[in-house]
Design a protein around this ligand. Structure first.
Ligand code: ZN
Ligand code: ZN
Length: 1004
């Protein structure tokens, strides 16, 4: 990559910082106190690395780099299929080749950070055509959504490319299968609202011609009513992943596919071009244009009490679209004047999500004070526009009615990203300048002068004419002409409900003076109403066009006038912003199992005092923990570090024959092995010993919370010392041993030192030596360009980070016997340190540097940073994670993929899946972070841990599979869980199986 010397230094510093942190973490790990003695997480510096790390196909990174040097990424994603077909990465079966090629291409196309390549494709298999030939079936699952339409569509193309290379026949659908697709995709659209619903004709074209069978996992709760029990369609339940790939992938992104088909000279896709040309997707774009100008009320669905609607679809008074970007908007962040935020009752704070009518579904709200604020009617009858936050706060109590929500700043990119036709914005200063406006008019008179010169009337003097009927314009002109007076530089007219209502609709500022309406700025108004300064109607009224208001006032005034209303955008309150420590429920300090004895609070204190049997000592508990053995002295233990000082290893046993087997599966019993033993632990003694080791008095910790039990595969037990040190800092541990903080992401490209609470000297040390104009940084109000991997966190997060830093330093010094790393006393001390940004649904962390703090409860980062996480701001509860001394975070991806299907593993996180994410409701029905119970919306599901109890299945793939009951619950979707709930897996149900390091789905 070619970069400036300054940026090169910046990257070097980031890399050096990461190296030193990793070195320290490695030194800590080497002490043997943790389950592993090395850091498990791979550092990926480029896309190729990420793909290899994500999927674990050795050698693929090098190959990707070679291909990318020669061709586009999309081409490379297809071309690498040749390598898979040639079994270059160790594939053995045809299915494996297809599976890996499709996932590899998908990972490449999605930058290797989203879960789509691993979780979005449930499995790949072969079906039988009626002539006996094989065809390719790709099973898509809910998380395919995170890939976006293009990658979804291209995954089908990749499958076809490799299918052809392997000599597999195309899919020939049966007529009833085609009908099933059509019914099912429509039904899915009713449940989830597709971005684009193809017409029946389009669907028919796609299904009958697509050479690959697009199949899917059941993702919804509904079943289809017709075309059920088809021989080759395994489920009657609606398959969301399939619907997305067909509709938002193949149909919506048809032109992209055609481009690649041509480039790769692939056969069998000519129909796609016909579809685009002959009334397919291209025509639907035109349809979209027609549809786009119509009000859309989708954003009003699922209203929640206490979250107000600010404006109805395209209705008068709603937010007026202003196109453009400020330094804090874009990436699904939209700007409102801060006065608007106050006037709307302060429901909208910085970072609040607002559901919007268009172009996307929601926007994170940020303040932009250079756009127009709202126009309000006060109780006194006065109508005024409020552009100033302080004024808005002052008058908020006097507001009788909000006549206009003001402008909303949305960038062009949002329209492009959401595939929405660009809508006309309201007329504004920058547009006026482009049309020849020389300078902001100093007065009404000057505005009129400019207009007389042929430049359109300046937006500040343009009323909302197109909101008012021509008849009302005529009526207002009549009223003013008949009863108006100009006295003391103010136009007054009799206060009648009709006249006042029209002035309010036009947003003409006025007040009431006795029984008269007083309008201070009236020159433009009179001109536009076709009145002379003597309030006589001009001759232009004689032949005035009365069809269109804008035409009428242009005719009357002789000015060129643009629409000040532009496009109105409806909006309602979405989710409030968030900035707080991430906690499990109940939140533990320590990942030490204390069983039922800890009570509902999982308290060590309670467990220490417990006396289950009268003849035992207090504090003795029985818990299930991992079985480990010391390689040096042979002792069996649950601790990571043997008393002899050696690091212990997990022992895997067959639960049936109890043989120790070094593999995941007992070859004799075909049962998955477990790492498990029941031990008696004297918590009282262990806890006292840990306190003594740390030199902490018992009274210093009023309450130390552990976990009820361990359910990860190896059930590693954390040293109690770690929990004690966390409790001292009031920190809670996440189930993978990290501590986390959730914040809404907002984009930022520029900042001023005085906004982020960091002295200039420190910023200069961090490389911010010059402002955007190239001037030396000396003043706190100079504007600086934010570096790509630099972030600001909320002040509250800053305080929290200090506690985390203290905890880690304590841990390093008192547990690992190393030097402290942070030595931080206040948030400012952490400026320049590195953090890790994680986004929901993604599998990779992004390295960032902390450079300051925001008063708003949000995290600010460069759009590149957000893009690296491939998340939009509003949906993004970024998790900031720091090393806990055990490991630098980001989730070990491969392990993540395999084990995340296993809910019973608390050591890992499926980042966003535990989140409610309204934009992607797939995940919204989610999983209890504890992994113990369940699934939010399904109240009846409760899965009980019974690790010794295994069930044996034979699957459609001929696999004999044994799973623990909790292994069987797995997954991302309610439906899925419903089917396999409570150990009641029936024949025909889907169960996950592991193949080639990936978990795929199979039928029992
Ligand atoms: Zn030992
Ligand atoms: Zn066995």
């Amino acid at each position: 990559m070619e970069v400036s010397p300054a940026i090169e230094r910046y990257f070097e510093n980031l890399a050096a910082g990461l190296d030193s942190a990793m070195a320290l973490a490695a030194a800590a790990r080497a002490r043997g106190l943790d389950p592993r003695t090395e850091i498990e997480i791979p550092v990926a510096s480029d896309l190729a690395d990420r793909v290899e790390a994500l999927l674990g196909y050795p050698g693929i990174a090098a190959r990707i780099r070679e291909l990318e040097a020669e061709m586009s990424r999309e081409e490379a994603a297809l071309r690498i299929g040749d390598d898979f077909a040639a079994r270059m990465f160790g594939e053995t079966t045809t299915e494996e080749i297809l599976d890996h090629a499709i996932r590899g291409a998908m990972a490449l196309l999605t930058e290797g950070v989203v879960a789509a390549p691993t979780e979005g494709i449930a499995k790949v298999s072969l079906g039988k055509n009626d002539d006996g030939t094989d065809y390719l079936k790709i099973y898509y699952a809910g998380p395919i959504r995170s890939a976006g339409g293009t990658a979804q569509a291209l995954s089908v193309l990749v499958g076809d490319y490799v299918r052809q290379a392997l000599g597999i026949n195309r899919y020939v659908p049966r007529p009833e299968e085609v009908e099933r697709y059509i019914e099912e995709i429509r039904q899915y659209n009713n449940i989830m609202s597709l971005q684009y619903l193809p017409s029946e004709k389009e669907l028919r074209t796609i299904i009958t011609n697509c050479p690959v069978c697009i199949d899917g996992e059941p993702t919804e709760q509904q079943e289809v009513s017709g075309y059920r029990n088809l021989e080759r369609v395994e489920t009657n339940t609606v398959r969301g992943g399939m619907a997305l790939v067909v509709a938002e992938g193949l149909a919506l992104k048809a032109p992209k596919i055609v481009k690649n088909v041509k480039k790769m000279k692939m056969a069998g896709w000519d129909w796609l071009e016909e579809m685009i040309g002959g009334g397919g997707a291209a025509k639907s774009d035109d349809d979209d244009k027609g549809a786009a100008v119509k009000p859309k009320d989708k954003y009003l669905r699922d209203l929640i009490g206490g979250r107000p609607v600010f404006s109805y679809p395209m209705r008068k008074g709603g937010f007026r679209l202003r196109l453009g970007r400020s330094r804090n908007t874009g990436f699904a962040a939209a700007g409102l004047n801060p006065a608007t935020m106050h006037i709307l009752g302060d429901f909208l704070a910085v970072g609040t999500q607002m559901k919007i009518e268009r172009p996307g579904k929601a926007a994170g709200i940020v303040p932009v004070d250079s756009i127009q604020g709202p126009t309000v009617k006060l109780r006194s009858g006065e109508v005024r526009r409020v552009d100033d936050a302080a004024e808005a706060r002052r008058i908020a109590g006097q507001v009788d009615e909000i006549l206009d929500d003001g402008e909303i700043l949305i960038s062009f990119g949002e329209f492009m990203e959401n595939n929405h036709p660009l809508m006309p914005p309201c007329y504004c200063e920058e547009w006026w300048r482009l049309e020849g406006g020389p300078r902001h008019p100093a007065s009404e008179l000057e505005a009129i002068e400019f207009a007389l010169d042929g430049i359109p009337l300046h937006p500040d003097y343009t009323y909302l004419w197109d909101d008012v009927a021509p008849a009302d314009i005529a009526l207002l002109a009549d009223r003013i002409s008949a009863g108006g007076r100009i006295e003391g530089g103010v136009l007054t007219l009799p206060d009648t409900p009709e006249a006042k209502a029209i002035l309010e609709e036009l947003l003409v500022p006025h007040r009431l003076s006795g029984d008269r309406i007083a309008i201070p700025g009236y020159l433009v108004l009179l001109a536009c109403l076709g009145l002379t300064l003597h309030l006589d109607k001009r001759p232009a009224w004689e032949n005035a066009p009365l069809e269109n208001s804008l035409d009428l006032v242009m005719h009357l005034s002789g000015f060129s006038i643009r629409s000040r209303a532009g496009t109105r955008v409806g909006g309602r309150m979405g989710r409030p912003g968030k900035s707080k420590q991430r906690e499990m429920k109940p939140p533990p300090h320590s990942l030490f199992p204390i069983g039922d004895e800890g009570g509902s609070r999982r308290s060590f204190q309670a467990a220490c005092a417990s006396r289950p049997r009268s003849n035992t000592d207090g504090g003795v508990i029985e818990v299930d923990v991992g079985e480990r053995r010391c390689p040096s002295c042979g002792t069996f233990t649950y601790k990571n570090l043997c008393d002899c000082g050696a690091h212990t290893r997990p022992v895997l046993r067959c639960p049936k024959c109890n043989q120790e087997i070094g593999k995941d599966m007992c070859p004799r019993c075909s049962v998955a092995t477990v790492c498990l033993q029941k031990v008696s632990i004297n918590v009282r003694i262990e806890y006292a010993a840990a306190l003594a080791n740390l030199g902490v008095r018992e009274s210093a910790i009023p309450l130390l919370k552990g976990v009820k039990g361990l359910i990860s595969r190896e059930r590693p037990v954390e040293p109690i010392e770690k929990g004690i040190l966390r409790a001292l800092q009031n920190l809670y541990v996440f189930k993978d041993g990290t501590v986390r903080y959730d914040m809404i992401d907002l984009p930022l490209t520029h900042f001023r030192p005085d906004e982020i609470g960091v002295p200039i000297e420190r910023l200069r040390e961090l490389g911010y030596t010059h402002d955007i104009y190239g001037r030396e940084l000396v003043e706190t109000d100079q504007v600086l360009e934010l570096r790509h991997q630099d972030i600001l966190v909320s002040e509250d997060c800053g305080e929290w980070l200090v506690r985390v830093a203290k905890f880690i330093d304590d841990l390093l010094v008192r547990v690992y016997g190393l030097e402290p790393f942070y030595r931080a006393e206040q948030p400012l001390d952490l400026v320049g340190h590195l953090l890790m940004g994680l986004a929901p649904h993604t599998s990779a962390g992004v390295l960032v540097r902390l450079i300051g703090f925001s008063k708003a409860g949000v995290g600010y980062g460069h759009p590149f940073f957000h893009a690296a996480k491939r998340r939009n701001c509003f949906a993004g509860d970024t998790e900031i994670v720091v090393s806990d001394g055990r490991q630098w975070v980001t989730v070990p991806i491969r392990q993540f993929v395999v084990e995340n299907f296993d809910l019973s593993n608390p050591g890992l996180d499926r980042a966003g899946t535990f989140y409610s994410d309204p934009r992607q409701p797939f995940y919204a029905r989610s999983i209890d972070p504890q992994g113990l119970v369940g699934v939010k919306k399904i109240t009846s599901v409760s899965i009980h841990r019974a690790p010794a109890h295994l069930i044996r299945f034979v699957t459609g793939r001929g696999k004999v599979l044994s799973v623990t009951p909790d292994h069987a619950m797995l997954v991302w979707d309610t439906d899925y869980l419903r089917k396999i709930r409570a150990l009641e897996v029936k024949i025909g149900d889907r169960v996950p199986v592991e193949e080639g390091g990936l978990v795929i789905s199979d039928v029992v």
